[in-house]
Design a protein around this ligand. Structure first.
Ligand SMILES: NC(=O)C1=CN([C@@H]2O[C@H](COP(=O)(O)OP(=O)(O)OC[C@H]3O[C@@H](n4cnc5c(N)ncnc54)[C@H](OP(=O)(O)O)[C@@H]3O)[C@@H](O)[C@H]2O)C=CC1
Ligand SMILES: Nc1nc(=O)c2c([nH]1)NC[C@@H]1CN(c3ccc(C(=O)N[C@@H](CCC(=O)O)C(=O)O)cc3)C=[N+]21
Length: 367
């Protein structure tokens, strides 16, 4: 396994998110993606002689972490984030219990939700369920959409002082009348389990400094790579997206793991020329099926963070989720791919639990 940067329930370093922030449903991305498969095949992504084989040390073919794809014409391994997250939750459950038995302390996570966005409410519910599943206490505050910034700040300051709370998460996005920066700054750095406080991000960016918490989604991405036996050191990695919560910290983490990084964003010209050089791609954009076969070097590893709802009449919800990467095409050319759903999403929640446990351990000086 690769080197460990942080000693919590991850093997590595950091995570967090905003589900259907762009709440419009999109045209069915997967259908769109398949329709284009023919024409795009005209130009192969890169010559076979340039194929990089990333070392994927899968312990056995029955590994819950990486499983072989079934369809014909596909070669990629599927990195099963749901299975890895379950393993991590089991590890956390054992530690929570050990801590409770030894010092009588149970870790606590406070989640604050402002407004009634359906997607945010779903995520908050999922976090609560995840806490219950590992024995972490969860505290939830729901404030109306028109609450004042001061009302929200009062809750945060209360949780900062509350010894039974070891982690505080303010669900994003906040209503537009609130200043996200001043709210996130108000969370005590010692309870900032999202890792969004500028001091935590600043330390993440500096050599020789350690953040107290690494943002959950990027941390989950690195964790998936580690636990899948994928070597990061010395590789070329491209991160698509540069948001404060995913893209930028993901790039910083990859750099800390000794990858050479490039960042692609909305102003990048010919992004596929850059991504095609990558041994590892982390995509966090929010555009369904944007990354096509010709963006991917054969043998590359693809971590798809994007969670995009696309219309699907056949689904009971009327939509389904797809990633930023055209999954069917990536499966043909990459060596390993994360699915959506069931890839990075469950890892984000597992890393939140991991950060909350580390916080409780640190605050109570429990090894
Ligand atoms: N699985 C999980 O746990 C999580 C998933 N997500 C998902 O990840 C995705 C990204 O989230 P988030 O980082 O918050 O999103 P943001 O909207 O904050 O950032 C998107 C980034 O993508 C870049 N971008 C937008 N369009 C393009 C394009 N056409 N080509 C290249 N870059 C582009 C933007 O560039 P620029 O900076 O120039 O504007 C920006 O840096 C979303 O789908 C979100 O739902 C998010 C969090 C957690
Ligand atoms: N302060 C804050 N921290 C966050 O970490 C944060 C946030 N705000 N706002 C919203 C985003 C988004 N986010 C996700 C978490 C889990 C899944 C997840 O588990 N997804 C499942 C699918 C879930 C479904 O089916 O709806 C999967 O990918 O398999 C997705 C997205 C955390 N966010």
């Amino acid at each position: 396994m690769s080197s460990m940067l942080f000693s919590d329930y991850s093997s590595s370093t950091t995570a967090r998110f905003l589900p259907f922030r762009r709440s419009r449903l999109r045209v069915d991305g997967a259908v769109f993606c398949r329709r284009l498969v023919g024409p795009l095949h005209v130009r192969p992504p890169i010559s076979v002689s340039l194929r990089t084989t990333l070392t994927v040390h899968s312990s056995s073919s029955s590994s819950p972490v990486i499983s072989a794809t079934m369809g014909t014409g596909t070669s990629a391994k599927i990195i099963d984030g749901k299975a890895v997250a379950k393993i991590i939750r089991d590890e956390i459950t054992a530690e929570v219990s050990r801590m409770k038995d030894a010092i009588g302390i149970v870790p606590g996570l406070a989640v604050v939700l402002v407004g009634d966005r359906k997607d945010s409410a779903t995520y908050v519910r999922n976090k609560k369920k995840a806490c219950e599943s590992v024995g972490i206490n969860s505290f939830e505050v729901r404030l109306p959409e028109d609450s004042s910034e001061q009302e929200l700040l009062n809750f945060i300051l209360g949780f900062n002082e509350d010894p039974s709370v070891h982690g505080i998460l303010v669900q994003l996005p906040l209503p537009s009348h609130m200043d996200e920066q001043s709210i996130l700054n108000a969370v005590s750095i010692e309870k900032d389990v999202d890792g969004f406080h500028p001091l935590n991000i600043g330390r993440l960016a500096m050599r020789g400094r350690e953040p107290l918490f690494v943002p959950c989604t990027p941390k989950g991405c690195i964790e998936l790579l580690h636990r899948s036996g994928i070597v990061i050191k010395g590789k070329r990695a491209v991160v698509i997206g540069r948001s404060n919560i995913v893209g930028m910290p993901a790039a910083l983490l990859l750099q800390r793991e000794d990858a050479s990084i490039s960042i692609v964003h909305s102003r990048t010209q010919n992004p596929e020329d850059i991504t095609r050089q990558a041994d590892i791609i982390i995509s966090a954009v929010g555009q369904p099926n944007m990354v096509r076969e010709n963006w991917i070097k054969p043998g590359a590893v693809i971590i798809d963070v994007g969670i995009n709802p696309v219309q699907d009449e056949k689904s009971p919800r009327g939509y389904r989720l797809v990633g930023d990467v055209c999954y069917e095409e990536a499966c043909k050319v990459a060596s390993a791919v994360t699915p959506v759903p069931g890839g990075v999403g469950p890892m984000t929640i597992a890393m939140l639990l991991s950060n909350t446990l580390s916080s409780a351990k640190r605050l109570h000086n429990f090894q």
